[in-house]
Design a protein around this ligand. Sequence first.
Ligand SMILES: Nc1ncnc2c1ncn2[C@@H]1O[C@H](COP(=O)(O)OP(=O)(O)OP(=O)(O)O)[C@@H](O)[C@H]1O
Length: 463
Amino acid sequence: MGHIISERKMGERRVWLQCTAEFPAEARDILIGQLAHEDIAVTRAAGDYRGPGVLLFEKPCADVHNFLHEVKRQRGSQTLAVAASASTIAGENSWALLRAGARDILAWDSCAEPANSIVSRLQRWLEIDTSLNTPIVRARLRGQSPALRRVLYAATEVARFRRSAVLVTGETGTGKELLARMIHDLGENSEACPFVVCDCTTIVPELSGSEFFGHERGAFTGAVRARDGAFAEADGGTLFLDEVGELPLRLQAELLRVIQEGTYKRVGSNQWLHTCFRLICATHRDLEADIAGGRFREDLYYRIAGCVLRMPSLAERREDIPHLAQAFIEELMEEGVTPVLDASVRDYLLQRSYPGNVRELRQLLLHVGQRYVPPGPITLGCLPEAEVNAAIEHMPTWPDNAWEQAIRTALARGNGIAELRSAVADTAYRIVLIEENGDTARSAHRLRVSQRAVQQYLQAAGA
Ligand SMILES: Nc1ncnc2c1ncn2[C@@H]1O[C@H](COP(=O)(O)OP(=O)(O)OP(=O)(O)O)[C@@H](O)[C@H]1O
């Protein structure tokens, strides 16, 4: 591959640019000029491809694919792959580039203003990155795992650049409501706009019309005053329908028009009123299965699911557990008291299961915080007594059957002691580095090796 070709220090916004030797230099210089014109600096740190960047190439080849693979491994990287000519990226070639790691693909000769098209995309990606790094996102939905980062990225994009209805799915306690609030808060002028929560599990069917649409005075017995419903209250802001999958079919039918057209009538009135809001729904249910089973209306589903975001369970992002646990402890402690979790507590938290997801982890840390006696670290004795007893009873032994089975498989495939040793070490380094967020000192401590050994591993792995 060619070299990274230019560096400018013009401001905060920065992208990387990589160009193969065969790509037309004139086109490359036009792009560099356009980036400079938009005050976007081009980075030169070879090997550092975090964040958005452009790869300019003549035609797809093994080097291009290898480069994309390498960049994809870097945290937060996003590559816009730009071919000199559309003819080289037709059909399967484009998909192969996406598979290799490109985020998007353009052909220089198929755009009227290629440099503009490239810069606009990079600007969009940079803006999303900036939003992702604001306290609205970082201080609220904690965690650095790829599974969480993917959903936060998609949520930020929809919050900033689309008005479509959002459906947030995921198990209980995964942060669906937090995500809905984040989407609202990232919107324009959000402090001045309402965020109205409607929990569909608590809606009484007889009063649902009034809850959603409001009512006129005297509309029914007890309606002594006219009242706005949720759709009117959310006007100009966001309506969050929590547990939308629990809505009875009759209510689902009633919501169709207002969700589609933004018009509704108060109970006891014949006048159509107008409302305009962003709709965010959440559910732990599989709505597509509910549609198949006749429990959820398909037409409503397509209106609420303009963008579907699935919150990962804690089991899918175990590497976030130590970080979340430490953050919860600090949040729950008195000011100035910030005890760290002892390694055995961290290990225990990592291997425990959490059917209630982050909410359960938070509850557990609340108990731990209450039992903690300062000073010093948080130790196993701070865990709830019942939990310690259960852990003593059921703690799995090691090495266990799963371990033996893994070794059998490796041996059956012709691996010897040297290969086994290296695979075990490699897996251990990888797991611990992820769990410790790349902190080499802490990883070395847990692996009982020197920090230098961890650094050497990282170098060898090309990270
Ligand atoms: N990524 C996260 N970072 C920090 N706290 C989180 C995160 N995810 C969830 N929580 C915490 O977990 C608890 C549950 O969050 P939330 O109510 O948003 O989940 P939910 O998926 O809407 O749950 P349910 O389906 O049961 O209503 C809250 O206390 C929230 O603060």
